[in-house]
Design a protein around this ligand. Structure first.
Ligand SMILES: Cc1ncc(C[n+]2csc(CCOP(=O)(O)OP(=O)(O)O)c2C)c(N)n1
Length: 373
């Protein structure tokens, strides 16, 4: 395995000290090592495309930027890659985790197509890439080759990382708060306040998993991937099923990834949409890396984007009261729920019990009267 601290040291020797990205659990220890290194600057980007754009800015100013991403984020990255970095010859070292690698035991369903396509996609996009060997010495040679190619071509190059390439580092920093109002508590209130007719859309990761654990129901649509699009999915549902309340349960990292959807919801004004953002200020599903949410007031953003109602709350009683109020007032409603990270047991993955196809079929049946109308 590669020692993440040694990897940081090597990157620094190559002059790579500016990082931007969106985390993947495969990089948990590397991101932790970066965070602990005062010589490194990591920007928690909204999405992988923005991460590359920030890297392009660093490169324009003469830096050697690094972008950290999960291969699922290649979709977000393609446009700035082909129409910015490749057009202006702006280098970047892309560290890409390889979820859904076909040689490994089956990953979650959302990684199947991108897992198989990743090397071909990089070739198609004319990005030279290397597979990162799980050995510090061998890795250093591969890193050297990648950096030299990047400098020669002045274009992005990629290193692909399979599962378990980095060794773990000791947990450091402030231990997660014990007690407080957690995702688990917030989900308990939300599920208690749902009516049988409500349709629910849950963002990818722990939020879907917690809803599945606490109150699985056919009218719950659990996203698998497509991070950041919960609000947009909810908007489509709310428009097509105007007689039904649509409750979107989003995360702060996911909401930030495609924050523009808030403006679109505010402009479209579906009265039956309730958009809840559970904000723990971290990407808890991938290891608790900080998001940019700490200084973002989502209720103020919602109000400024044109949501009819916008609230902020940070305990069970306040959330229950806001949900009671929302049941009797026209939306769109945005509820910013401040929660503390949850170090408790991780709920099971939805896909271990329900295939995406089953999630969709159950959901459609629950909405049958709207579909047939
Ligand atoms: C495009 C894309 N990039 C990265 C990921 C990896 N990923 C899955 S869940 C997640 C974190 C979600 O964070 P947040 O919405 O804040 O919810 P939390 O995990 O804190 O509950 C990330 C980064 C992904 N699925 N898709």
């Amino acid at each position: 395995m590669i020692d993440p601290v040694e990897c940081c040291r090597r990157l620094k020797l190559h002059g790579c000290t500016y990082f931007s990205g969106v985390p993947c659990s495969y990089f948990a220890s590397l991101l932790q090592a970066l965070d602990l290194d005062p010589g490194m600057r990591y920007v928690e980007a909204a999405n992988e495309g923005s991460a590359l754009a920030t890297a392009a800015g660093v490169a324009l100013a003469g830096g050697r930027p690094v972008v950290v991403l999960q291969n699922s984020g290649l979709g977000n990255l393609v446009n700035p890659l082909t129409s910015l970095s490749a057009v202006f010859d702006l280098p970047a070292l892309l560290l890409v985790s390889w979820r859904g690698c076909p040689d490994e035991p089956a990953d979650e369903p959302q990684h199947r197509i991108m897992g198989a396509a990743t090397p071909r996609l990089l070739r198609l996009l004319q990005v030279p890439y290397w597979l990162a060997p799980p050995d510090t010495e061998k890795f250093n040679d591969v890193l050297e080759a990648a950096v030299q190619t990047m400098l020669r071509s002045q274009r992005p190059v990629a290193l692909l990382f399979r599962r378990g390439t980095f060794s773990p580092v000791e947990p450091a920093g402030v231990p997660p708060a014990v007690g407080g109002f957690t995702r688990r508590d917030a989900v308990a209130v939300i599920t208690r306040k749902l009516t049988d007719r409500d349709a629910l859309v849950a963002t990818t990761g722990m939020i879907s998993r917690e809803l599945f654990r606490q109150r699985d129901r056919p009218a719950n649509f659990y996203m698998q991937g497509s991070m950041g699009h919960a609000g947009a999915i909810g908007l489509g549902l709310a428009l097509k099923s105007p007689g039904r309340r649509v409750v979107v349960v989003d995360g702060d990292g996911a909401a930030i990834m495609h924050l523009g959807s808030l403006s679109v919801i505010g402009s479209t004004m579906p009265p039956n949409l309730v958009h809840i953002i559970l904000d723990n200020a971290v990407y808890e599903s991938t290891g608790g890396q900080r998001t940019s949410a700490a200084r973002t007031d989502f209720s103020a953003v919602g109000r400024a984007c044109g949501y009819r109602q916008a609230h902020q709350c940070s305990d069970a009683a306040a959330l229950a009261a806001v949900l009671d109020g929302a049941a009797h007032s026209a939306g769109p409603t945005l509820i910013h729920v401040k929660i503390t990270p949850d170090s408790g047991t991780k709920p099971a993955r939805v896909a271990t019990e329900l295939l995406p196809r089953e999630v969709k079929e159950r959901f459609r049946k629950a909405l049958r009267e709207d579909i047939e109308a």
